[in-house]
Design a protein around this ligand. Sequence first.
Ligand code: SAH
Ligand code: SF4
Ligand code: F3S
Length: 470
Amino acid sequence: MSDNIIVADKLSEKQQEYMALIAEIMEIRKRGEKPLAFIRTYGCQQNVADSEKIKGMLARSGFGFVDEPDDADFILFNTCAVREHAEDRVFGNVGALKNLKRRHPQILIALCGCMMEQEHIANRIYQSFPFVGLVFGTHSLHHFPELMYHSLVDGKRIFERGNDDNKLYEGFPVRRDGSFKGWLPIMYGCNNFCTYCIVPYVRGRERSREKDIILSEARDMISSGYKDITLLGQNVNSYGKTLQTPVTFAQLISEIDQNDGEYWLRFMTSHPKDCSKELIDAIANSRHISKHLHLPFQSGSDRILKAMNRRYDRKKYLETIAYAKEKIDGVSLTSDIIVGFPGETYEDFKETLSLIREVEFTSLFTFIYSPRVGTPAAKMDDPVSAEEKSKWFRELLDVQEEIAAKRCSSMVGQTERVLIESEKEKTGELNARTSGNIIVELDGDPSLIGTFQNVKITKARNWILKGELI
Ligand code: SAH
Ligand code: SF4
Ligand code: F3S
């Protein structure tokens, strides 16, 4: 491990004491009734995993959890800054809490996560939403109990951000949301500085967790019945580079794969610039790693990839895809795409279309470029109108719909192993997912939720499959 990364053995004793103190305060305030928390999470799985730590700390502080804010004593929004739309939703939803706070003045309303690491956002919250009592950024998670305690006792507004100490904290109690599908963070932060992206500014530098800690957490998850485990990081391919004994991501995932049991291992996200043949071989040779590669390419145009600072070109990307298709039988490929990056022309955009036609992705996450304050792209000339970008965006969706439909119909008649995940509202059907991350709907008993089943694919509707239990 490098010198500037300090791994705490466990959440400090001081924080444990604060959790006990919060429990005492709440016991008095609620006259013995269980205090309740409402947590809403925006953004990516990193945030979901952070919320699971916060829930762990709240549970240790005596809290139970509710699905609606009205009955809560503590309300927390864990926010995402990746696009303007995500931020607008947060502002709208926070504004809606004003009346609740008026009716129940004793409620503590808090905001945390990526948005709160931006100074202009924290200032706006401070000025526009006086009923928000506590704000903390992604670097303050390890002393959340202390911050919450002071908010409760001192009654003053606490705003804390910009505390990136480049440390990696372990020992959080984690309260996972799912009982058979779970997230396992393997690293935090990002060093890539793609020119459009806010993540490196709000999540700090890349830090890898120790391999042994991850292995033991994975073993615990497998033995306690997790069937679908996703290893998380902004760029999992650079896992382990900063550790004292460097380890590759392929080595890490292959070691986890050695554990016996019936489970799938997934990971996200892989960056094309360093998605290695070693990793693709590891997937091909594994027993549990799902046959799915999420490899965001963002743009099919080399000129735009360069302006994005992605550090790979179309040719390199397509070579990686060709290798994956050759080695991993039936591999399912998915990607992220940005439409309308500053300076992108229709010619550039057509290269994105031709790339998706060539690769035939199972599904795509598509975004219209959103300028982020403080990133280099936000200062670039952006002459194309929003209407024009929306037109390109719709064209992209149409092309992808055609490809996904073709890809899914080619699966009709095949037998697929699926994990049954949930019951569909209204129809009573079950939702399941293939190893390639494709949704399958089927009839069956809800008692099957959380189990693996073999299913015959009978129909394809766009990117959703219909199946029958075998
Ligand atoms: N670390 C991951 C992605 C994290 S953000 C990776 O590098 O692949 C998830 C996706 O959001 C990105 O892949 C990108 O497609 C999109 N995105 C990020 N910043 C954006 C912005 N400013 N405007 C539009 N989309 C953006
Ligand atoms: Fe953002 Fe690029 Fe880092 Fe992904 S790799 S989080 S897109 S800077
Ligand atoms: Fe959003 Fe932060 Fe994830 S900005 S996408 S929640 S890392």
